[in-house]
Design a protein around this ligand. Structure first.
Ligand SMILES: [Zn+2]
Length: 294
């Protein structure tokens, strides 16, 4: 197996999400050798081809022999096998954006050459689906009881709206505040822990905060406090958001819809997955060799 590591660093971090999925090799081998009565050698060559599906990684239909190991399990949740039977797959999802498509293509060309280790695929998605999935991932990460989520989400959105590899360096001292500014020459400017943003970007951040929290107990929360949809639209109009985004609608609901459409339209347009099977293949081999040598 190739040992050369392929680096994903050329892709802006805001566009990448990683998931680690565990597999129990005892469950996997037993399925072939005990249920299907297949010889270990054949089981091994079948298992070498195995790649979990997207729905395993998203948790939509994660089933035996796959599982997530967030708490550091000591035994398989299905067969109670010991930890030494565990192996992992790492899925790297990229929400592609034209601004770094060149780098993404280059990376994919490298992955294709290492197809023994990496499996790549690109599921069909439209921009709205990509946006909704991004919101879902954020929602799972957020602690709505801790007010810092407002800042965290705003910064996350700002990074996503302008994908760049420089963000880590620019914001290395942290962001204490996201501040609306009509003076910034570009969309944003960072100074002493404050991130000054244009009305368009600030309004987008309020929209995202509202979307994320509206279904929650104390819903509709933003930097500007807890707002109904009508109040949010009034606020956005006042800060010059609609003008900046070229939104011209007759009522708050239409404004809301157009605002979302604008955010979605400027966002990522395709999804790519690379599944790293390195750990899995190595563990599989060593488990098989032990079985064979018994
Ligand atoms: Zn198991």
């Amino acid at each position: 197996m190739k040992k050369s590591e392929i680096s994903f660093d050329s892709i802006p971090g805001s566009a990448v999400s990683e998931t680690t999925l565990e597999i129990c090799l005892k469950c996997a081998f037993d399925f072939f050798t005990k249920q299907l009565k297949i010889a270990p050698r054949t089981a091994y060559s079948e298992l070498k081809k195995h790649v979990p599906e997207e729905t395993d990684f998203t948790g939509a239909s994660t089933a035996r022999p796959h599982f997530f190991d967030e708490e550091g399990l000591s035994h398989c949740p299905y067969c109670n096998g010991a930890k030494r039977w565990f192996a992992e797959f790492r899925a790297v999802r990229i929400d592609a954006h034209p601004s770094f498509e060149k780098g993404r293509k280059k990376l994919w060309a490298a992955l294709k050459k290492a197809s023994d280790r990496y499996t790549i695929w690109s599921p069909e998605r439209n921009k709205m689906q990509i946006f909704s999935e991004w919101l879902e991932r954020l929602k799972r990460r957020i602690d709505f009881d801790d007010d810092r989520w407002l800042l965290e989400v705003a910064v996350e959105y700002i990074k996503r709206s302008e994908p760049s590899n420089e963000w880590g360096e620019i914001l290395k001292d942290g962001v204490r505040r996201v501040q609306l500014s009509r003076q910034v020459e570009t969309n944003w400017q960072y100074e002493d822990g404050w991130l000054y943003v244009s009305p368009a970007l600030y309004g987008d951040a309020l929209m995202i905060q509202h979307l994320l929290s509206r279904s929650h107990q104390h819903g509709g929360r933003t930097f500007e406090g807890r707002l109904t949809l009508q109040e949010l639209m009034r606020r956005l109009r006042r800060i010059g958001y609609f003008q900046a985004k070229g939104i011209d609608a007759s009522d708050p609901f239409e404004e809301f819809e157009q605002a979302i459409a604008g955010i979605v339209d400027s966002g990522p347009s395709a999804v790519y997955y690379a599944v790293d099977r390195n750990n899995y293949l190595e563990k599989l081999k060593s488990v098989y060799e032990k079985k064979r040598d018994k």
